[in-house]
Design a binder for this molecule. Structure first.
Ligand SMILES: [Zn+2]
Length: 316
């Protein structure tokens, strides 16, 4: 019987889990809403794991478990160092607890880095070795692959692209700084900017709308709404500023862009590319490819599955 990997992506809203074989085939998927307490999160992961195991027991045996989570991971201890979006996990040795309850080796990875690894393994950047992966979701995440290996930094915090300053006296950020990329190019920023600028576009259908979402702004832009188009142009402009700097520093072959806001790709990628070209040195700017990520919501689960598979190969 073949070996199978359990792979989870623990987000602030949902926990997704998949059963993956070593060639990257996803055999089964399950999801639940993310519980609010620490024990609830562990119970949800254990419950999903048994659902996944039961559904695929005819295919093979689950031998390892990878978990992507929105956190800085302490790789030595298998604990969560800090998780601003899931603060109940701060300091929690989650891999030890999951391993004891499931009888499996458990490995953790930061979700943005996991998405970069997934796209590099089976997605839009699979033919490259030096990649920046950007996730434009509620916030802005980043994962870096250099010479084919993820870059985590000495404290596991590398890749925090969302907190590069793009506007020195700009909007305050949750990280304590001001003018971070996340305040201009995330889903929350798209909504905020649509509200802030609505007075300039009195005829926009978005003006004075309650409960606006980034998806509403995207739909309006696709239908030609001038306010919505301007908001996406602005988010793309700031993204290009950050990427221009990163291209100068890292000289990557490709930048992949995923996450919910990437649905608006047609609305911003030309502005982003133009700004990147304007700000980066000529040679790295000409080389770098700016592409939309291709794995969607599976990038993170496939990323941790890839790590678990490499780990098994190392142990064998
Ligand atoms: Zn910030």
């Amino acid at each position: 019987m073949q070996q199978l990997i359990l792979a989870a992506d623990l987000g602030g809203t949902n926990v997704r889990m998949a059963v993956v074989s070593p060639d990257g085939t996803i055999h089964f998927r399950a999801r639940r809403a993310t519980p609010t307490a620490r024990q609830g999160i562990v119970d949800a992961l254990v419950g999903l794991a048994s659902e996944c195991r039961k559904a695929t027991e005819h295919l093979g045996r689950v031998v390892s478990f990878g978990v992507a989570l929105p956190a800085v991971v302490d790789f030595a201890s298998g604990a969560v160092s800090s998780a601003p979006n899931l603060p109940e996990l701060d300091g929690f040795a989650i891999s030890g607890e999951l391993s004891a309850r499931l009888g499996l080796p458990v490995l953790l990875e930061n979700d943005a880095t996991a998405a970069a690894i997934g796209e590099h393994w089976l997605g839009a950047s699979r033919e490259f070795k030096n990649i920046i992966h950007i996730t434009l979701g509620t916030g802005v995440g980043g994962g870096l692959i250099l010479n084919g290996e993820p870059l985590r930094g000495v404290d596991g915090t590398a890749g925090e692209v969302g907190h590069i300053c793009v506007e020195p006296f700009g909007h305050p950020c949750g990280c304590g700084s001001v003018g971070c990329l996340e305040q201009y190019s995330s889903g929350s920023a798209v909504v905020r900017m649509a509200v802030e600028r609505s007075a300039e576009f009195p005829t926009s259908r978005l003006t004075r709308r309650e409960g606006l979402t980034a998806y509403d702004v995207y739909k309006a832009a696709a239908e030609g709404d001038e306010l919505a188009i301007e908001v996406f142009r602005t988010m793309g402009f700031y993204l290009g500023i950050a990427l221009g700097g990163l291209v100068n520093v890292l000289n990557p072959e490709a930048i992949t862009v995923g996450g919910g806001v990437a649905n608006g790709w047609d609305m911003f990628h030309e502005t982003t590319y133009r700004e990147l070209q304007y700000r980066a040195f000529q040679r790295p700017a000409e080389r770098v490819k700016l592409v939309r990520a291709s794995l969607g919501d599976d990038a993170g689960t496939l990323g941790v599955a890839c790590l678990a598979i490499k780990d098994l190969a190392k142990a064998a």
